[in-house]
Ligand binder design. Sequence first.
Ligand SMILES: NC(=O)c1ccc[n+]([C@@H]2O[C@H](COP(=O)([O-])OP(=O)(O)OC[C@H]3O[C@@H](n4cnc5c(N)ncnc54)[C@H](O)[C@@H]3O)[C@@H](O)[C@H]2O)c1
Ligand SMILES: O=C(O)C(=O)C[C@@H](O)[C@H](O)[C@H](O)COP(=O)(O)O
Length: 537
Amino acid sequence: MGVGKSTVGHLLAERLGVGYRDTDDDIIAGTGRSIAEIFVDEGEPAFRAIEKQAVRTALAEHGGVLALGGGAILDADTRALLAGQRVVYLSMDVEEAVKRTGLNAARPLLAVNPRKQWRELMEARRHLYEEAATAVVATDGRTPEEVTRSVLDALEMKTVSPGGHPPDPRPEDVVADQVTRIQIGGTAGTDAYEVLVGRQLLGELGGLIGTAAKRVAVVHPEALAETGEALRADLAGQGYEAIAIQVPNAEEAKTAEVAAYCWKALGQSGFTRTDVIVGVGGGASTDLAGFVAATWLRGVRWIAVPTTVLAMVDAAVGGKTGINTAEGKNLVGAFHPPAGVLCDLAALDSLQTNDYVSGLAEVIKAGFIADPVILDLIEADPQAARTPAGPHTAELIERSIRVKADVVSSDLKEAGRREILNYGHTLGHAIEKNERYKWRHGAAVSVGMHFAAELGRLAGRLDDATADRHRAVLEAVGLPLHYRHDQWPRLLENMRIDKKSRGDLLRFIVLDGLAKPTVLEGPDPAVLLAAYGEVAE
Ligand SMILES: NC(=O)c1ccc[n+]([C@@H]2O[C@H](COP(=O)([O-])OP(=O)(O)OC[C@H]3O[C@@H](n4cnc5c(N)ncnc54)[C@H](O)[C@@H]3O)[C@@H](O)[C@H]2O)c1
Ligand SMILES: O=C(O)C(=O)C[C@@H](O)[C@H](O)[C@H](O)COP(=O)(O)O
């Protein structure tokens, strides 16, 4: 556990030109549950039985590198299955192991008192690992690259680029040169930072973290457990004391309880003011990670690694961080800009379509409030815009980031202009709260933009063509336009605590025309109701 087997396994597979597979991933895909859930719900013996079957299937189907869970070796049948295979035991010193895994709730066997538990586990398992292993390779204090080389040497295996020459560049390496850098801030006393958009950007992380940091905490959602672990292992290989803090997926991460869990992890690892948090994931994860960074020791540096469209174009950019409370969305938070943002477009490939499309709501928002070329690009082929493989993905993301960068650089703390970024959010947040945060943020904002367009039209501000364009473009990419007709009183109540409200005065962002956002203060309640009538279903 935590030895870096997935990082080393991937490297090994790459060097050998074969595939990589992990039985833990197979179990998660096959059961639809996390390993921790199976442990908690059914206990270890039931999990081992599932695991044994997964190992058997994988060995029958797969001819490359296979990673096994740390406890697989405990099962005699599984050990028998490994006989005749080339088995590598990646070993690790106990102190190092505790540093790497002790605070990670995803590892079900190490939830409490990790040092003691680790010793006990190792006492029970070490001889089994050694008996099964064709080669034993120590990992302590070594980079994944070094470990991989030792594994290849130990197994005397040839890599795909014999003769010591570096492998031919893969297509991704060539694309890696095409990195767009967008600067934010640097005005009105704020620090400047860059948003990088491209591929294979994680090599930039070490430079952003810098040499003053001793410890790094990688905050990641459950869905990105492997990515979080790979990052952590990579940073550990660079000499940082790196821990991974796994948090729940989506809005469940944006709670005071999860923030407190992160503070505890930082406290237990001795995290100081020079240390750095890396927030990896969608907007919920980066909002939480940024908030934890803003509040720990009254503010430590953080770096955002957004992995959804929405987080790349909006959440991870601009320094708004926060969590929800029972009373409403993002009600507790801080303005705390990151030291840098790395938007690796490759991350988008694993997103579910709904999550990808949800992010388009904020892209479309940027189009309506500031950059209509965004709308033209989407309207040209809305189906293509729904996938990361679309021809304009990078351009749509970059244009949206530039809109946000321009606004927040002039008004970090939302004294005025920044409010335009809230277009569609007043009703959107009210819907999210009404749905107990089970709706995707982008879906709620889509309904909210439809409402804002109708409000603008009914208030005599917005022309019919631009108002109608909202419905057309949002619908074309598959975003929702409507919400329950009987919920207006509750939504109105929810909107009263919106951050744009002043006393009892409701305030909305509407358009005076395409790319002409403005504030509508205290609209006539009858106009509000009529606008909702257009949205209600
Ligand atoms: N701070 C801001 O300025 C700002 C701006 C816009 C939105 N937000 C916030 O962002 C949040 C919404 O963000 P979101 O739409 O990214 O949703 P999300 O963070 O909830 O992510 C959606 C789901 O995708 C998973 N995921 C993330 N990356 C993945 C990947 N590459 N592959 C597979 N799964 C992945 C997540 O774990 C989650 O389950 C909301 O809380 C919203 O309030 C903040
Ligand atoms: O960055 C901003 O400012 C925004 O308003 C961007 C919004 O898209 C985002 O959802 C933000 O979190 C909403 O902020 P809030 O202050 O209304 O919570």
